[in-house]
Design a protein around this ligand. Structure first.
Ligand SMILES: [Zn+2]
Length: 269
């Protein structure tokens, strides 16, 4: 499913359990393509990966054009399928340095499949990533930002695409100020600092690891999470989804300017 296109480049959503695009255990999986070269951002759970393969082929992408598999972090819903996808495409695997062991030694102790005794397949990592690395896919450049918090190996990827700043947020930042799973092990100070870095980018587009994506004004969604993480503990764990468009007006004050402007235009055609 193509979600963004530019001259000689495109971004597709090819997997996502929560939106029914592939197996329900899968995180969102994006494919970016530029000048005939492609990369997957996250690869899903590895359960029935053929569903995703069919989507990619239906989008007219040749599997052999996929040269890189880039994981936003090593959690099993994002990365357990890596071995299968490496075999299927011949692509090289990239994950933050702190996630290498999980992929190469199949350390997914909390995954549901492991709990039921279903084995996972190890995948060798060709590119251990660090903060500040730049990954090239055709003419596109993806900057790696280490954003620990949801997990210590979480990265976010930022690219300029057709004049817009696009953020692949993994499980660090979801739409509407949402955040990935947190628990007693979470380093909340690191999480807050990570989101502050993302907030400063003022991104236009947010393509997260779960839930819905945002095609414009995504900075407001990131800013809301920054405010939550800078506030009280209860702000972080509370879930509140107010009715649209109230949410937008509450968290992006520039929308009032838009409304003022268009009402003036209506009065003075
Ligand atoms: Zn995760």
């Amino acid at each position: 499913m193509k979600i963004m296109s530019a001259p000689n480049a495109a971004i597709y959503m090819v997997g996502g359990g929560g939106v029914g695009l592939s197996h329900p255990c899968d995180s969102h999986v994006y494919l970016i393509e530029s000048s005939g070269e492609a990369a997957l951002i996250d690869v899903g759970s590895g359960i029935e990966p053929e569903l995703m393969k069919e989507r990619i082929l239906a989008d007219g992408i040749a599997l052999a054009s996929i040269k890189k598999l880039i994981l936003t972090h090593s959690h099993w819903d994002h990365g357990r399928g890596a071995a299968w996808w490496k075999r299927e495409t011949g692509a090289a695997l990239a994950v933050h340095r702190l996630g290498v062991d999980t992929l190469e030694k199949t350390k997914w102790p909390t995954s549901h499949v492991e709990k039921h005794g279903i084995p996972s397949e190890a995948a060798q990592v060709e590119y251990p990533l660090d903060d500040g690395d730049v990954i090239r896919v055709g003419a596109l450049e993806l900057e790696v930002i280490h954003t620990p918090g949801h997990s210590n190996d979480s990265i976010s990827l930022v690219t300029r695409f057709d004049g817009r700043t696009v953020l692949f947020g993994g499980d660090t930042c979801f739409a509407e100020g949402g955040h990935g799973t947190v628990n007693a092990e979470t380093d909340f100070r690191a999480y807050r600092d990570s989101v502050r870095r993302l907030d400063r980018l003022k991104v236009d587009v947010l393509l997260p690891g779960h839930k819905h994506f945002v095609m414009s004004r995504a900075f407001a969604h990131v800013a809301l999470l920054e405010r939550k993480l800078s506030g009280n503990w209860t702000d972080v764990v509370a879930t509140r989804v107010p009715f649209f468009p109230t949410w937008w007006l509450e968290h992006d004050a520039s929308l009032y300017d838009d409304a003022r402007q268009s009402s003036t235009e209506q009065q003075n055609p």
